[in-house]
Design a protein around this ligand. Structure first.
Ligand code: CMP
Length: 139
């Protein structure tokens, strides 16, 4: 899936507030096609494994407890230059710093409760897509 696919998650703050439909519509308007989607409540172990790279950060416990606080919606998205384009479309991690019109500026509450995740490289997009979806759902 290198180059044209990425993984996003509508996080529990946005999903619980009924914003998933609006966010997916926003992503589709930005040119992304939904390849795979599911709705689930992450376990502590799943959230810890997904955010393994942040395990030593001071916000790790708070991040995993937020990410397990309710259902979330992972999606695999496709378009040209997917990783970079999705990160531009969602905006800065902190909504206070996000550009006007980005998903986080429109829908996020705070740096932690920031509505949406996006893979930061093709390699992580691949790893994160496989974390949530079996190969057969990615064709
Ligand atoms: P995400 O793109 O999912 O990647 C890691 C997440 O950690 C990030 O979005 C935020 O939700 C959270 N995060 C990053 N930095 C901080 C921080 N300084 N304080 C709290 N949460 C953070």
């Amino acid at each position: 899936m290198a180059g044209n696919r990425t993984l996003t998650i509508v996080k529990p703050d946005a999903f619980g507030a009924g914003k998933a439909g609006s966010i997916v519509a926003h992503l589709e308007k930005a040119g992304f096609k939904v390849i795979a989607a599911r709705v689930l409540k992450l376990s502590d172990a799943q959230a810890g494994a997904f955010y393994e790279v942040h395990r030593e950060r001071p916000f790790f416990g708070s991040l995993t407890s937020f990410m397990t606080s309710g259902k979330c919606m992972p999606l695999v998205l496709e378009r040209a230059d997917a990783v970079a384009h999705l990160r531009k479309t969602i905006g800065a991690t902190d909504p206070a710093e996000a550009e006007a019109g980005t998903v986080r500026k429109l829908f996020a509450e705070s740096k932690e409760r920031n509505a949406i995740h996006a893979s930061d490289s093709d390699e992580n997009a691949e790893r994160e897509a496989r974390f949530f979806f079996p190969e057969a759902e990615l064709v």
